[in-house]
Design a protein around this ligand. Structure first.
Ligand code: FAD
Ligand code: FES
Length: 281
């Protein structure tokens, strides 16, 4: 059993939970995720580790209320309650954690975080910033009230660029448009990372290909076991079959078969809609 120590809504549809999980906190690295099963009957929900504190023995997850399970995990649990299972850290850490100080020298990163994907950007940007690497972060949301993690990110990067579709805060437009403008104004990046909805990662990849910047994306495919056994998270990368849970979750965006990945992520829409309709009944 894993105790929920803190719970806070970041906006009406996104909750942040700090969970006691000392063994996971002791070994979690940027880019990794965990799977939470809220209770005995709950489904297994993969979530990126948005922060971890080895001294306090805690991990932080940021959950978007999207369907039955995410609503259940946030709305039906309060501080002091327990989740039945928290498994992790799962997946591979981001490539850069294995880079030598020599290799890191001279790199300059730009992160593009879309919507909920903003929170998982934080541990990666922080790790690089703490290691003296130049980091810019572009965060996009539909409107100002949906922007999250801005204070945390501001302290974990050199420059934070906020974008909103409606122009209510920062740059008016999508994150990729902001990136193009930054590069046109003379900014140079050696590496890009995009985290967010698949469609946003696909377009971030296309933009980075145009700008000649290699890009890593974090594939939020459907997952069940998280151990490479069930095949739910299958994704084609460079013409080869990969499993996002054990081979990823991060891949070279230019090699991902986006059309297949997006098609596969939609395959249970009717079941998901039915589960949401039954939620709370
Ligand atoms: C590696 C990874 C990291 C993730 N990190 C986060 C995170 O930090 N915060 C967050 O809110 N969400 C994250 N997700 C997505 C999250 O797992 C889904 O939003 C959640 O499972 C939705 O469940 P639901 O019952 O609320 O929604 P449903 O109505 O069941 O599904 C809504 C949509 O969520 C996705 N989804 C549903 N079930 C799964 C599943 N078993 N595995 C993956 N995606 C699913 C599908 O795109 C689906 O169309 C991550 C997914 C992966 C694979
Ligand atoms: S989630 Fe089952 S193989 Fe990846």
């Amino acid at each position: 059993m894993f105790k929920i120590l803190e719970k806070r809504m970041l906006n009406p549809t996104i909750g942040k939970l700090v969970v006691e999980a000392p063994r996971i906190a002791a070994s979690a690295l940027p880019g990794q995720f965990l799977i939470i099963r809220p209770d005995e009957k709950g489904e297994r929900v993969p979530l990126t580790i948005s922060d971890s504190d080895p001294e306090k023995g805690t991990v932080t997850v940021v959950i978007q209320l999207i369907g039955a399970s995410s609503h259940h995990m946030v709305e039906d649990f309060k501080e002091g309650d327990f989740y039945a299972d928290v498994t992790g850290p799962l997946g591979n850490p981001s490539e850069f954690v294995h880079a030598t100080p020599e290799e890191l020298k001279g790199r300059s990163y730009v992160f593009i975080g879309g919507g909920l994907g903003t929170a998982p950007v934080y541990p990666q940007a922080k790790w690089l910033h703490d290691h003296g690497v130049s980091v810019d972060v572009i965060v996009g949301a539909r409107m100002e009230s949906l922007l999250i993690y801005t204070e945390e990110l501001a302290s974990a990067c050199d420059n934070l660029y906020l974008c909103t579709d409606d122009g209510s805060r920062g740059f008016k437009g999508v994150g990729t448009a902001q990136l193009e403008e930054l590069v046109a104004s003379g900014k140079k990046y050696t590496h890009a990372v995009a985290i967010g909805p698949m469609i946003m990662m696909k377009f971030s990849t296309l933009t980075c290909q145009k700008l000649g910047i290699p890009i890593q994306v974090s594939m939020n495919t459907l997952m069940v076991d998280g151990t490479g056994m069930c095949g739910a998270c299958r994704v084609s990368v460079g013409g080869k079959t990969k499993f996002a849970c054990v081979d990823g979750p991060e891949f070279d965006g230019a090699l991902v078969d986006w059309d297949e990945a997006m098609r596969r992520s939609r395959q249970y829409k009717p079941e998901e809609a039915a589960a949401m309709e039954n939620y709370g009944k």
